[in-house]
Design a protein around this ligand. Structure first.
Ligand code: PBG
Length: 308
């Protein structure tokens, strides 16, 4: 039986920056932009007509510092975006990425305690910062917060912080099984978040390590995640299937920026038909077991589904 795709199963990611009137193109990321909040609102108005009802917001601040303070210490770009989006589109499900990599001057996902021989995150300081980030987003009205730093116990610490502040209604999407992948290139251009030194292998999963991926999924569920995620999607369909079979909560898969760029550039070179390729790939991710798919193709898919 054919797999049924529905816009409700899709989540569209947005990059949000400061300032006004901005819609910036991104290197190696065709069709995706960095929007200031005013332009974001306009774009979402168009998105809504396609039937997509969930967005995931990433902040890209003008200024960065070693502790990523811009993510939590003032009225952040994401807090502003969430307020504006919720005011304009109350029915839209707004999810926010909770991480420091776009806010730190070194580009790592947390506060660093060692640079060499391997980059190490200071767990205590990182968890403290991440829970502050989640609180800022939740206070602004986010429906879901999505910790993506791969810091141990991040889901539990954030759940506790939210509940303590009376924000129990806010749900958590854990980026549970996040691999140290080569497919994140365009995203790092979008967020200006490529690490300045070292890499993310100290805290992201080894692509060959299936066992740890499944353990991270179970840990996040135990810590209170309302949904868990496998990322990237295409090279990890086996992990998606196993996570689905083992998970008591819905499962998301992140069809990441490099997977998107492959299809786009191939189509541009006349190598294949973009629409057919997108449907094949997205159907395979769904078939593998993803309940929700985060994809930069989501807007196009929803439009194509309408015309079918
Ligand atoms: C990091 C983060 C990354 C993505 C989302 N959140 C990548 C990274 O580790 O640099 C990548 C998503 C994509 O490539 O589309 N917090």
């Amino acid at each position: 039986m054919a797999i049924k795709l529905h816009p409700h199963n899709l989540i569209y990611p947005y990059f949000v920056t400061e300032g006004k009137g901005r819609k910036e193109t991104i290197r190696h990321f065709p069709g995706i932009y960095r929007f200031s909040v005013d332009r974001l609102i306009k774009d979402i108005a168009g998105l809504q007509t396609s039937g997509i009802d969930k967005v995931l917001l990433f902040g890209v601040p003008f200024r960065k510092d070693p502790r990523g303070a811009g993510a939590y210490s003032r009225d952040t770009v994401i807090a502003q975006a969430v307020r504006a989006v919720k005011k304009e589109f109350p029915g839209l499900t707004v999810m926010t990425d909770v991480c420091l990599c776009a806010y730190t001057s070194h580009g790592h996902c947390g506060v660093i305690s060692a640079k060499a021989p391997k980059v190490k995150l200071d767990d205590q300081k990182t968890l403290q910062a991440l829970s502050e980030v989640a609180l800022r987003h939740a206070e602004a009205g986010a429906d879901w917060v999505s910790p993506s730093a791969m810091a141990k116990k991040q889901v539990r610490v954030i759940r506790t912080a939210l509940n303590r502040q009376g924000l129990g209604r806010v749900k958590i999407l854990g980026y549970s099984a996040k691999f140290a992948s080569n497919f994140y290139g365009p995203f790092r251009n979008a967020a200006h978040s490529a690490p300045r030194f070292g890499d993310r292998r100290a805290y992201q999963l080894d692509p060959g390590d299936e066992r740890s991926a499944l353990k991270e999924i179970q840990d996040d569920i135990r810590e209170g995640a309302d949904m868990v995620m496998v990322k990237p999607a295409l090279g990890y369909l086996d992990i998606i299937r196993q996570a689905k079979d083992a998970s008591s909560v819905p499962l998301a898969a992140y069809n990441v920026s490099g997977e998107y760029a492959l299809i786009k550039y191939g189509a541009r070179s006349g190598l294949w038909d973009e629409k057919k390729m997108v449907f094949e790939v997205i159907s395979s991710i769904k078939r593998a077991g993803a309940d929700y798919i985060i994809s930069y193709h989501a807007k196009d898919i929803a439009q194509w589904l309408k015309k079918n």
